[in-house]
Design a protein around this ligand. Structure first.
Ligand code: WTA
Length: 653
C-alpha cells in the first residue's frame, strides 16, 4: 500500500449543535443521520425517488436511475420543469405572497419579488424569448451583473427548455467570446453596465466586442442597469424593457424530460480550454432541492443569504434553484463586501434580519483583516446558521467566523462540492453533526465518497489520498458539453469506476473528511477555479513572450495567488513596463481574477529531459520553499539555482 500524499493538519476542537437548534432541525441527531445515510447508500433508488416525489412531475419517472457508466440518466421518463417547481408550485399555497427574492443593489436601491410577482416577470420574459424565436434546446448566454433580471432570465430560459450558460461578469470579452462559441448560443443577455465598488463595468461594450466573432448570436438583450448611453446596433440589440413590454404575464411551461439539459457552466480544467459542465433538469433539481433543505435546514420563516455571484455554480444552486424550489426567501446582493464601507454585509444582515448566511473562506479572511469592529457595529442576532464553500477553510478563519459572526451561537456548515457535482456533497447537517474547524465532516445522504491512492486502493485512516465518489448521484454533471470523451477522460479514467474529483483529502477516526487541495493544475484563487494552462496560454499569446509557466503561491487573503514564470523573447528587457503590459494582457484575455500577482522573469524554465516543465519545482520556488524532492529528471540544474535567486529578489506586492 503506497501512501503518496501526506497530511499534516491536525485539529482537535469539536463544536456541538445546541439542543435548541437540534430539536427544530430537519435531521436532529447523528443517529438519525447515520440511519438516513445508510439507507440512502443501500437503497439509493428508493431514497432518491422519495425525495423526487416531494417535487412536481407532469409525468412520474419510469426509472429512477439508468446507469451506463459513466453516463447517468436520473428519473428517466419523468416529465417536469424546474421553473414550474421554483414558481408555479408555490402559487397554490400561502407562499404566493411570500418574498422569493429580496434584492439590494450596490448603490443601495432595493427590489423585492414575491413568488407571484417573480412568476409574472419570468413569464413575461419567457414570452419575450419566444417572440425572438427561441425554442426548446436553443442555448442562451447570460453575461450580467447580480440584478434580479439575471434570476428572471435563468428561470425564463428554464421555463421554455432553453439551456442557459452564464458567464461571470468579471470575465473579459475574449473569455465571453470563447464560451459563446463553444456553446453555440443564439441569444446573449447583458446589461448596459454593472456596478463594481462605485465604478462601471462595461458589460455591453464587452459583449459587443465578443459577438463580433460569434456567428451564432442573433440577438443581444440588454438590461438598463446603470443608465449611461451605450453603443447600439439596431439589427442585433434589443432592450430588455422593450422586449417584455406588452408580453403576457402567463407563459405555460414547456414540459421537459428529466434529462433535458438545464444549463451549461464553464469551469477551469487542468488542460486546454474551459470545460462546459452540463447539468440535467430533474436530477439537478432534486439534488439542489434536497441539499438546501438539509444543509441549510431551511425553514418557512427563514431569510437566507448566499453571497456568491450567480456566475459561479454556488449562485446557480444556492441563490436561485435550491432556495426557490424550497419556497424560501433568497437574498441577492449586487455589491462588494467593502463598499462603501467594510461593514456592508453586516449592515445587510441587520437590515433584512438574515437567518442563514453562506459565504467563502476568502471573504472571511478579508473580514478578519478588516477587523471585528465592523461586524460589532451591527445587530447580527438574527443569524442562526453560517456556511462556507469554495476552498478549505483555515481553522483560525473558522473560529473567527464562529466568534465574531456567529457569536458562538450558530452552527457552521463547511460544504464541499464542485461545479460538476451540482450540489453539496460533504457537509455537516447543522442540527446533527458535531463540527471540527477545517473539516467538511461527513457525506450527505446519497453520497458515497472515499479516499484512494493512485492505484485506486483505499488508503488507511488518516492518510492523504485522492477523493473519489463511488456511486452516481442525481445532481452529477451529465457530460461536458459536446465532449463525452473529455468527460470520461477527466473524471472517470484516473480511478476505474469512480468519479475522480481532482481533490486530495484524508479522513479521521470519526470518518470526517478533510480536504487538502487540488491535485491537478488548477488554482483556487479566492474560491475561483482557474486552470494554469489557460493563464499560460494567455501570457504566451503576448508577442513579447517566448514561454510561460503558471503556478499557485500561498496568499493570506485569496488562499492562492497566480505566480507566472516568464521567458521573454530575445532582446526584450524585463522590467516594470512589461510587468504592467502582461498583467493588462491577462485582464483582457481572461479577466482580472486571473491576473498574476507576481511575474518572475527567467532565461529558462526547469524542464525534464523530455521537455516537460517541472511545475512542482516552480511551485516550491514561488512559495519561498527549497525546491526539494526528486530532481533527477531535471535537464539543467543551473536553471533551478538561477530561479531560486531570482525569486528571492523580485517582489511586486
Ligand atoms: C474546492 C465550488 C475545501 C475544491 C462549489 C473543489 C473546497 C473546488 C470546498 C470546486 C470546501 C469547494 N472545502 N475545498 N468546503 N468547497 N472546494 O467548481 O478544490 O468552483 O474541487 O465549485 O473548490 O470549485 P467550484
Amino acid at each position: 500500500m503506497t501512501v503518496d500524499i501526506e497530511s499534516k493538519l491536525k485539529e482537535t476542537r469539536v463544536f456541538y449543535p445546541s439542543k435548541e437548534f437540534s430539536s427544530k432541525a430537519h435531521v436532529k441527531s447523528m443517529e438519525e443521520y447515520e440511519e438516513l445515510w445508510k439507507r440512502s447508500i443501500e437503497n439509493p433508488e428508493e431514497f432518491w425517488s422519495e425525495i423526487a416525489s416531494e417535487l412536481f412531475w407532469f409525468e412520474e419517472p419510469k426509472e429512477i436511475l439508468v446507469w451506463n457508466e459513466p453516463f447517468a440518466e436520473w428519473f428517466k421518463g419523468g416529465i417536469t420543469n424546474i421553473s414550474y417547481n421554483c414558481l408555479d408550485r408555490h402559487l397554490e399555497t400561502a407562499r404566493k405572497n411570500k418574498a422569493a427574492i429580496i434584492w439590494e443593489g450596490e448603490p443601495g436601491d432595493q427590489r423585492t419579488f414575491t413568488y407571484q410577482q417573480l412568476h409574472r416577470e419570468v413569464c413575461r420574459f419567457a414570452n419575450g424569448l419566444k417572440s425572438l424565436g427561441v425554442e426548446k434546446g436553443d442555448r442562451v448566454c447570460l453575461y450580467m451583473p447580480m440584478i434580479p433580471e439575471l434570476a428572471i432570465a435563468m428561470l425564463g430560459c428554464a421555463r421554455i427548455g432553453a439551456p442557459h450558460s452564464i458567464v461571470f461578469g468579471g470575465f473579459s470579452a475574449e473569455a465571453l467570446k470563447d464560451r459563446i462559441n463553444d456553446v453555440g448560443a443564439k441569444i446573449v443577455i447583458c446589461a448596459d453596465q454593472g456596478w463594481r465598488r462605485g465604478k462601471h463595468v462595461p458589460l455591453k461594450a464587452n459583449t459587443d466586442e465578443a459577438i463580433k466573432n460569434c456567428p451564432t448570436i442573433e440577438k443581444n438583450i440588454v438590461v438598463k442597469r446603470v443608465g449611461e448611453s451605450v453603443d447600439w446596433n439596431d439589427g442585433k440589440d434589443i432592450w430588455w424593457h422593450d422586449l417584455i413590454d406588452g408580453q403576457s404575464g402567463v407563459c405555460e411551461v414547456t414540459p421537459v424530460e428529466s434529462n433535458h439539459p438545464l444549463f451549461i457552466l464553464y469551469t477551469s480544467g487542468s488542460t486546454g480550454k474551459p470545460k462546459g459542465v452540463q447539468h440535467s433538469t430533474g436530477g439537478y433539481m432534486v439534488g439542489t432541492y434536497h441539499t438546501t433543505k438539509l444543509v441549510f435546514d431551511i425553514k418557512e420563516e427563514d431569510t437566507y443569504w448566499c453571497t456568491a455571484d450567480i456566475g459561479w455554480v454556488t449562485g446557480h444552486s444556492y441563490i436561485v434553484y435550491g432556495p426557490l424550489a424550497n419556497g424560501a426567501t433568497s437574498v441577492m446582493f449586487e455589491g462588494a463586501p467593502n463598499h462603501p464601507h467594510e461593514g456592508r454585509f453586516w449592515e445587510l444582515v441587520e437590515k433584512y434580519r438574515i437567518n442563514t448566511f453562506y459565504t467563502a473562506p476568502t471573504a472571511i479572511r478579508a473580514f478578519m483583516r478588516w477587523g471585528e469592529q465592523h461586524p460589532k457595529k451591527f445587530d447580527l442576532s438574527s443569524l442562526r446558521l453560517l456556511g462556507t464553500v469554495g476552498e478549505p477553510i483555515n481553522p483560525e478563519a473558522w473560529i473567527w467566523y464562529h466568534k465574531n459572526i456567529g457569536r458562538e451561537n450558530c452552527p457552521i456548515v463547511d460544504t464541499w462540492w464542485q461545479t460538476e457535482t451540482g450540489c453539496i456533497m460533504i457537509s455537516p447537517l447543522p442540527g446533527a453533526t458535531p463540527t471540527k474547524p477545517g473539516s467538511c465532516t461527513r457525506p450527505l445522504p446519497g453520497v458515497n465518497p472515499e479516499i484512494v491512492n493512485e492505484s485506486g486502493e483505499v488508503v488507511p485512516l488518516g492518510s492523504g489520498g485522492r477523493l473519489v465518489i463511488k456511486q452516481p448521484w442525481p445532481a452529477m454533471l451529465q457530460t461536458l458539453y459536446n465532449d463525452d470523451e473529455r468527460y470520461k477522460q477527466a473524471y472517470w479514467s484516473q480511478i476505474p469506476h469512480k468519479y475522480y474529483a481532482g481533490d486530495s483529502a484524508r479522513t479521521d477516526e470519526d470518518g470526517y473528511f478533510w480536504i487538502m487541495g487540488r491535485l491537478d493544475d488548477v488554482l483556487n484563487v479566492a474560491g475561483h477555479r482557474l486552470g494554469t494552462m489557460e493563464i499560460e496560454s494567455a501570457i504566451v499569446a503576448h508577442p513579447k513572450v517566448a514561454e510561460a509557466a503558471v503556478v499557485g503561491m500561498k496568499d493570506d487573503l485569496t488562499g492562492e495567488a497566480v505566480c507566472a514564470f516568464v521567458t521573454l523573447k530575445m532582446g526584450i528587457e524585463p522590467g516594470d513596463e512589461i510587468i504592467k503590459e502582461l498583467k493588462a494582457h491577462v485582464d483582457k484575455e481572461i479577466g482580472a481574477i486571473a491576473r498574476p500577482k507576481r511575474l518572475i522573469f527567467t532565461e529558462a524554465l526547469p524542464k525534464t529531459r523530455s521537455g516537460k516543465i517541472m511545475r512542482r519545482l516552480l511551485k516550491s520556488i514561488a512559495n519561498g520553499e527549497v525546491a526539494s524532492g526528486d530532481t533527477s529528471t531535471l535537464e539543467d540544474h543551473g536553471v533551478l539555482k538561477n530561479l531560486t535567486d531570482l525569486a528571492s529578489g523580485q517582489d511586486q506586492d
